[in-house]
Design a protein around this ligand. Structure first.
Ligand code: NAG
Ligand code: NAG
Length: 375
C-alpha cells in the first residue's frame, strides 16, 4: 500500500469538532512526534479580492512539515537574524536545528487552490508555531497568547497559480507556545487494556477513513513497537484474504492485534454486544484490567492521561466507565450511558457477568425492549 509505506510529506492535520470524534488526524507517522513535540505551522490562503487582503474568518490548519534536514531556500525570519530554530529534544538536553521554509512550490500552490476551491489569484502566508515543553505548566482548555499572529510589519504574498511559479518568502519568527510537559508515547504502558473495535474492510482500507495512523499513535510507542495495548478487531463481511491483508498492515506498524470475522447479518446492537464475550474469552484477557469497546474512529489523544484516570478506579469491582455523548438529544433518547465514541470501559468482573448473561440479553424480546429507535 503506497499510502501506508510512503507517507506523504506535507501531511495535513485537521482539527474537527464535535468532541466524541477523534480530535486530530495525524497523517504521517514520521512527523507525528515532531507535530506533537516541536511545532506546527499555520497556513493561510485567502482569496485576492479587489486587490485587498482579506483575512479569512475560517482558516485551515496544516502541518506541512519538512524534515529538519530539508532546507529548501535560504531565508531569514523577519524579526530575528537567524533562519534555523533551535528545538529542544524532549528527552535529552540536545537541541535540534530545524530549518524553517516559508516558500511554496508551484505544485503545492495549485494543490491549495484546488483543495480550498480558490481563484487563480490568492494571498498566501505561512507562519510556524513553536511549542516548548514546560515543566509545571497545567493543561488549559484554551491558551491565550499575547503575540500577534499577523504583526503589522507582516505582508501577505500575492500568488497567481497561472504563472506556475514557486513562491519564496522569508519566515517570521515563530509564535512561541509553552505547553505542559506531558508524557511521551514511548513511555506508555497500555498492557492493562484490550480494545475491541468493529469496522469494515472498506473503511479500513480507504485513505479517507482508515484509522491506521490514529491507531499507530495510541497503540504504539511512536517508534515502531507496540505499547502493550491489545487490539481485537472485528472485520465485517471480509474474506480470509482481506482479513490477512489487514493483519499484515497492522503487523507492519507493530500494532498488537487479533482480527476476527464479524457477521453483518446480526443486529447492530447484538454485534456490538458480541464484543464483550469476544474480549472476555480472549486468552490474554485474564492478564488485563480493562476491556474497552470503542468506535473505529475513537482517538485517545493522551494515553498517559487515560491510564492515569483508569488507575484511580477499582478494576476488581464490577465497573462500567465511560463518558456521555456531547449530543443532548442522544442522552435524551438513550439515557445516561457511555458512548462508543469515547470508549466503554468494563472491568473483568463486569465483563464476566455480561458474558454469562449474554444469551438472555440477546433474545429477540430483549433487543426489542432496548430498541430506542436507533437500533
Ligand atoms: C539534562 O540536564 C539536567 C540538568 O543539567 C540533568 O539533571 C538531566 O539529567 C539532563 N538530562 C539528560 C537526558 O541528559
Ligand atoms: C507494563 O505493565 C504491566 C502490568 O501493569 C507490567 O507487568 C509490565 O512489567 C509493564 N511493562 C513495562 C515495560 O514496564
Amino acid at each position: 500500500m503506497t499510502w501506508l509505506k510512503k507517507p506523504q510529506l506535507g501531511p495535513t492535520m485537521t482539527t474537527k469538532l464535535p468532541t466524541n470524534r477523534p480530535l486530530l488526524t495525524l497523517r504521517s507517522p514520521v512527523f507525528r512526534s515532531l507535530i506533537l513535540a516541536f511545532s506546527t505551522l499555520l497556513l493561510f490562503a485567502t482569496l485576492a479580492h479587489h486587490g485587498k487582503v482579506s483575512v479569512p474568518h475560517q482558516f485551515r490548519k496544516s502541518s506541512a512539515f519538512r524534515p529538519p534536514t530539508a532546507t529548501v531556500h535560504q531565508q531569514r525570519p523577519l524579526q530575528e537574524h537567524h533562519q534555523t530554530s533551535l528545538i529542544p529534544d524532549p528527552d535529552s538536553n540536545e537541541t535540534l536545528h530545524f530549518s524553517m521554509n516559508c516558500g511554496a512550490s508551484a505544485d503545492h500552490l495549485s494543490e491549495i487552490k484546488s483543495r480550498y476551491n480558490l481563484d487563480d489569484r490568492f494571498q498566501y502566508m505561512k507562519r510556524y508555531v513553536r511549542f516548548t515543553r514546560t515543566k509545571g505548566l497545567e493543561r488549559k482548555s484554551m491558551t491565550k497568547l499575547d503575540q500577534n499572529l499577523l504583526p503589522h510589519e507582516f505582508q501577505f504574498k500575492a500568488v497567481d497559480v497561472r504563472h506556475n511559479k514557486a513562491m519564496e518568502d522569508e519566515c517570521m519568527a515563530p509564535l512561541e507556545v509553552p505547553v505542559p510537559k506531558s508524557g511521551l508515547p514511548r513511555t506508555v504502558n497500555a498492557s492493562d487494556f484490550i480494545f475491541g473495535v468493529s469496522t469494515t474492510y472498506n473503511r479500513f482500507m480507504s485513505t479517507e477513513t482508515s484509522p491506521i495512523n490514529e491507531w499507530t499513535f495510541w497503540l504504539t510507542d511512536g517508534n515502531g513497537q507496540s505499547n502493550g495495548g491489545k487490539l481485537v478487531l472485528m472485520l465485517l463481511d471480509a474474506t480470509d484474504e482481506q482479513l490477512q491483508e489487514v493483519a499484515n498492515i497492522l503487523g507492519d506498524v507493530n500494532i498488537d492485534a487479533d482480527i476476527y470475522h464479524s457477521d453483518s447479518r446480526l443486529e447492530m446492537a447484538v454485534r456490538y454486544l458480541t464484543l464483550v464475550p469476544t474480549l472476555y474469552t480472549h486468552p490474554e484477557a485474564r492478564h488485563k484490567k480493562w476491556l474497552v469497546t470503542c468506535d473505529d474512529d475513537t482517538f485517545f489523544p493522551s494515553m498517559h492521561g487515560l491510564i492515569n484516570k483508569m488507575s484511580s478506579m477499582n478494576h476488581r469491582r464490577e465497573m462500567y466507565v465511560g463518558t456521555l455523548s456531547e449530543d443532548v438529544g442522544a442522552i435524551e433518547r438513550h439515557g445516561s450511558q457511555a458512548f462508543g465514541g469515547g470508549g466503554v470501559f468494563l472491568s473483568l468482573p463486569l465483563a464476566k457477568r455480561i458474558t454469562e448473561l449474554y444469551s438472555s440479553c440477546t433474545s429477540n424480546q430483549k433487543i426489542k425492549e432496548s430498541d430506542s429507535g436507533w437500533a
